[in-house]
Design a protein around this ligand. Structure first.
Ligand code: SF4
Length: 442
């Protein structure tokens, strides 16, 4: 750990007193990511825009594109408290209140000059690679961008895992699209010839980083958990869900992270929060749904102040589910890309999602499930109440439901959420006390 020594003169935000090496590394990687995109035209590099679920970064790298991910931009604008004005700008342009706020943040940002977090202008993309994995909004979003940029658009269609299985037909259907549509078009736009050995190398690097990510996420099975798999987990998934999967930098980041978490575990420490190490672990939770980004720290604080740690979350699987064994496989380069897209959380059926949440509660010995339902994410809010009841029934653990939004600050009501969380923690206490009484009577 690298502790920042402060003096009254240079004292930063009091919540920012300690940063792990992995956090510093990631901050620097994020800065380089934006610099690479914004300086792409002057370096003669082309830009590919694509989404996090179904992100084919290993393939995109084969054509020397800079990879610009619109949800990452919306999240960064949310964390920097800029997304509110962008969302309202998009509404002024006619986008309805119900539209996903990632989309409106993106559209509003474009309308306001398309300025990246580094203060430079985002270049127009040369290609929009829509790897469709279950959310219809992605199709509409890229239709809007295509209208704006008039650039080449490529669709890779991923069949929905309705029956909870990947069949050979599905895999072959996707491989065919990769061979006949996606790769030839990426070659044409980039002017770079596809080299399958280069893809294999990228995939090999991905698998190495994925091993370490899974190791880190699974340390939450320990008591106390050395990580928070939701609030902290969002940082942990950054490189692998974004433009770094398949690079040596990602391998290095996850190796560093793993060492840090090992050290925390050996010392019996809980997760690092924005205010330092977390105190006593009182509640172990599983979460479903994304967090709110505009009040991210306030939201997190409501948990760690109560001693609540998230031991597993479905949100940290939207860009790839690795903890049930999937790894990118360099020996089956196109098939593995297909399987990756087929298996991301957004492409899984409701019963599969329920199974995952039940597994998490049992495997991580959690006290219950908490759903943060996102007002403007119609794709994934549908079915959450049903999921909640089913998980309660199968695990006997209490579940609760809170509501907020991704990057629209108008839909984060701190008082409401805090009240609900407090009642939920009381419910968990009662359930635990009931269990203890039963145990004593037996
Ligand atoms: S999954 Fe939800 S948050 Fe993501 S693009 Fe679709 S609607 Fe928006």
């Amino acid at each position: 750990m690298n502790t920042v020594i402060t003096t009254p003169k240079n004292r930063p935000d009091p919540r920012d007193v300690s940063k792990d090496d992995s956090m510093l590394k990631q901050k620097e990687m994020m800065a380089r990511h934006f610099d690479r995109i914004t300086s792409a035209p002057e370096r003669g590099e082309k830009v590919c825009a694509t989404f996090v679920p179904g992100n084919l970064n290993e393939l995109i790298m084969c054509f020397d594109f800079a990879n610009n991910l619109p949800e990452v931009n919306a999240i960064q604008n949310g964390l920097r408290k800029k997304s509110g004005q962008f969302v309202m700008e998009a509404e002024k342009l006619g986008h309805s209140e119900d539209v996903c706020t990632y989309v409106k943040s993106d559209i509003g940002m474009m309308a306001k000059g398309n300025i990246a977090p580094n203060g430079e202008k985002f270049p127009d993309p040369d290609v929009l690679l829509l790897s469709y994995t279950g959310c219809f909004t992605f199709l509409k979003w890229f239709e809007l961008l295509r209208e704006q940029y008039q650039c080449e658009t490529i669709l890779l269609h991923t069949p929905y895992e309705g029956d909870g299985k990947i069949t050979d037909n599905m895999r072959q259907y996707m491989v065919k699209q990769l061979k006949e549509e996606v790769i030839p078009k990426l070659e044409r736009v980039s002017g770079v010839k596809f080299d399958i050995d280069r893809l294999r190398e990228n995939l090999r690097r991905s698998a190495k980083a994925e091993d370490d990510l899974v190791y880190v996420l699974q340390t939450a099975k320990k008591r106390p958990s050395p990580i928070d798999a939701y609030f902290g987990g969002i940082y942990y998934i950054g490189p692998i869900f974004g433009a770094y999967r398949g690079t040596d930098e990602a391998i290095d980041y996850y190796a560093t992270l793993r060492q840090e978490i090992d050290a925390r575990m050996a010392a019996g420490l809980g997760p690092v929060t924005p205010e330092g190490a977390m105190g006593e672990e009182k509640y172990r939770l599983v979460t479903e749904g994304p967090p709110n980004y505009t009040s991210f720290r306030d939201f997190w604080k409501m948990f760690y102040d109560e001693g609540a740690v998230v031991v597993a979350s479905s949100y940290t699987k939207v860009g790839g589910v690795y903890d049930f064994g999937f790894r990118h496989d360099p020996d089956r380069p196109l098939e593995t890309l297909a399987e990756y897209c087929l298996g991301v959380y957004t492409n899984r059926s409701l019963p599969q999602r329920v199974d995952m949440l039940v597994d998490y509660i049992n495997e991580y010995e959690a006290d219950g499930l908490l759903i943060n339902s996102i007002k403007s994410c119609n794709s994934f809010s549908a079915g959450q109440l049903l999921m909640m009841r089913e998980v309660e029934k199968r695990t006997g653990k209490p579940a609760a439901f809170i509501e907020s939004d991704l990057v629209d600050p108008r839909y984060f009501s701190a008082a409401n959420i805090k009240n609900r969380l407090e009642s939920y923690f009381q419910m968990v206490d009662q359930k635990k006390a009931g269990g203890a009484l039963k145990g004593a009577a037996a």
